[in-house]
Write a protein that binds this ligand. Structure first.
Ligand SMILES: [Zn+2]
Length: 84
């Protein structure tokens, strides 16, 4: 995959996260692309498991300071800090 500009790479990445489902291979490709163009994933980081790179679906636990999503695939606890 080669993209002539950062803008096009960004478009590709953002449209990827609009999809209803994706697998870990696709995600790895997108992450590589983001790294290459130094594009921040920002809020999209929350949509996949940090450990197994699959789409994050699972039990959500909310604490005072963070939200925890237990990955249904590998059981890893993904912490998301809540500021307010
Ligand atoms: Zn996982």
């Amino acid at each position: 995959m080669k993209f002539p500009s950062k803008t096009e790479a960004k478009t590709e990445i953002y449209s990827f996260f609009q999809k209803q489902s994706f697998n870990s291979d696709e995600l790895k490709k997108i992450k590589r692309l983001a790294m290459k163009y130094n594009i921040k994933l920002g809020p999209y980081k929350k949509s996949f498991c940090k450990k197994c790179m699959t789409q994050l679906r699972g039990q959500i636990r909310i604490d005072k300071h963070y939200k925890m999503v237990v990955c249904a695939n590998c059981g890893y606890q993904n912490k998301v800090i809540i500021n307010r």
